[in-house]
Design a protein around this ligand. Structure first.
Ligand code: SF4
Length: 511
């Protein structure tokens, strides 16, 4: 390279180079991108669930490579971009037709992208870009992702014919051996990617400009702070930007986060106490606001009585725990299928009678479903209401079990006919306490109406139980005595919580 060329390149490299992750982050929020470049220490360390999602992503990527026979990897060092770019070019010059982690870089600004699979187009001059995603359907972020990749590869001089997203196929049913051809499906999004190229240039330009600023860009908090960025359920910097927002704020009492943004602008406050409900006809949770401002519990005695009158003794309070794996390992299971491994069952034969309790936890590293079904059917009797919290979960599991184990189908579907959803009185606001903070989750409802809570348990959520059990099934941990005790205690509280909440509902319905 001549000296004058070198100088030009260095000047241009002063332009901000963006990676694909930078671009996606910046689309969500330019301030998040600015923080990630300039104040990395603000970012919280990854939690266990996010780490586990990364691990699953790597596992899926490794399997996806088996789909493309004869592929070679461009580079191992994730951070050495120029080495990966050179390696990609070398592999192409050696006539390789499938390159994993192929990397391209735009000369004039250094922006770069690494594609999971670069494949020589069938019968054409040029290449296909294929990005592997660990989901079963397309998401808007996939299009953004591939649009940026396409931009970089084309600007770097590649002729790109097709862009495809590679997803897990949720119609695939595992038999006794993993069928890679069936596990994945390819979806062509070339047209949408090409149509979005002008927008990519515009966004990229804006992001590069905002990154040049010495101060973070001015961006208001709002709906974007909750948008999923690949693996994260909310923005990495929410703890920082939201530090002045109370735990219960206007964001909790509107039906859309966008409405919250408008109200906050209008009244210049995050406080629920500062909303005048008479100014808003739509988009707010009026009852929640009034209950909070007056510190009163709302009770619709008539509706509660109707709900109670539908109950038939004996009452079976039932709750399931499940886990899911992106890649199925049990026969008759699909990608991400919820596999039940545990249930808790409190039974009350007659009003005011003592409770009996039964629990099931599969402790072998094998498919829990058959034992789960048998135990469930044996213990749920033939009549009486089966009370669950958020019925679509247990009912869906029962339907899937009925589909996958047709020999038990009739009994399982009969259980569904007896289900009563205890969440309904809270969801439909037959009863509402300001302590619920606009949530119907049993984790919020239980402490709002009783002295009980999940706070003192070792396992505090279904998500925790799910990750622990998935780790056990994958052989990463053993189910020792403590873990068994913790899993049983957590699930038991879910059904005992329902017993206590129903007692409250009955009491309020009679007042
Ligand atoms: S918390 Fe919201 S405003 Fe702050 S950086 Fe993240 S997305 Fe942007």
């Amino acid at each position: 390279m001549m000296a004058s060329q070198l100088i030009t390149l260095n000047i241009n490299m002063a332009l901000i180079n963006l990676s694909k992750s930078d671009y996606i982050k910046g689309l969500q929020c330019p301030k998040a991108l600015w923080f990630s470049k300039n104040q990395r220490d603000l970012k919280l360390p990854l939690d266990e669930q996010t780490k586990s999602k990364f691990e699953s992503g790597n596992e899926i990527n490794d399997l996806a490579r088996q789909y493309f026979l004869g592929g070679v990897k461009a580079a191992d060092d994730y951070f050495d971009i120029s080495k990966a770019v050179t390696s990609t070019k070398n592999l192409i010059s050696q006539n390789h037709e499938i390159i994993f982690e192929a990397t391209a870089q735009i000369e004039n600004d250094g922006s770069h992208a690494r594609i999971d699979i670069l494949r020589k187009s069938d019968g054409k001059n040029g290449w296909d870009l294929i990005e592997v995603k660990g989901s079963t359907s397309q998401k808007p972020s996939h299009l953004n992702d591939l649009s940026f990749q396409y931009h970089v590869f084309v600007e770097a001089g590649y002729k790109i014919n097709n862009t495809l997203v590679m997803l897990l196929n949720n119609d695939y049913v595992f038999d006794d051996k993993l069928d890679i051809g069936q596990l994945f499906k390819l979806e062509d999004i070339t047209q949408e990617v090409i149509e979005g190229q002008e927008e990519v240039r515009l966004h990229k330009d804006n992001l590069q400009k905002s990154l040049k600023g010495k101060l973070e860009p001015k961006v208001k908090i709002g709906a974007k702070c909750f948008e999923k960025d690949g693996h994260h359920p909310e923005c990495d910097f929410k703890h920082h930007c939201w530090k002045n927002v109370p735990e219960y704020s206007i964001f909790n009492v509107t039906t859309r986060k966008k409405t919250a943004e408008t109200i906050i602008d209008e009244i210049d406050s995050y406080e629920v106490n500062d909303i005048d409900v008479s100014n808003y006809e739509k988009g707010i949770k009026e009852l929640d606001i009034i209950c909070y401002q007056t510190n009163k519990t709302h009770i619709d005695k008539e509706k509660l009585s109707e709900f109670v009158s539908d109950l038939k003794y004996p009452l079976y309070f039932l709750d399931y725990e499940t886990f899911q794996l992106p890649i199925p390992i049990f026969q008759r299971a699909r990608p991400y299928q919820q596999i039940p491994f545990q249930f808790s069952l409190h039974i009350q034969e007659k009003p005011n009678q003592e409770l009996s309790h039964f629990e099931f936890l599969h402790q072998e590293k094998s498919d829990p479903r058959k034992d789960f079904i048998q135990s469930l059917i044996n213990n749920c009797g033939d009549n009486g209401s089966i009370i669950v919290y958020h019925e679509s979960f247990e009912k869906t599991i029962n339907k899937q079990l009925a589909r996958d184990f047709p020999e038990y189908s009739e009994s399982l579907l009969n259980l569904n006919k007896r289900v009563i959803d205890l969440m309904v009185p809270f969801q439909k606001k037959y009863i509402y306490s300001p302590k619920q903070q606009s949530s119907n989750s049993i984790k919020k409802v239980l402490p709002a109406f009783t002295d009980l809570s999940y706070q003192n348990l070792e396992i505090k959520s279904g998500g925790d139980a799910m990750s622990i059990y998935a780790d056990f099934i994958k052989g990463k941990i053993n189910l020792d005595e403590d873990l068994i005790k913790n899993l049983l205690e957590y699930c038991k509280l879910d059904t005992y919580a329902m017993v206590k909440l129903l007692q409250k509902i009955v009491k309020f319905s009679q007042k």
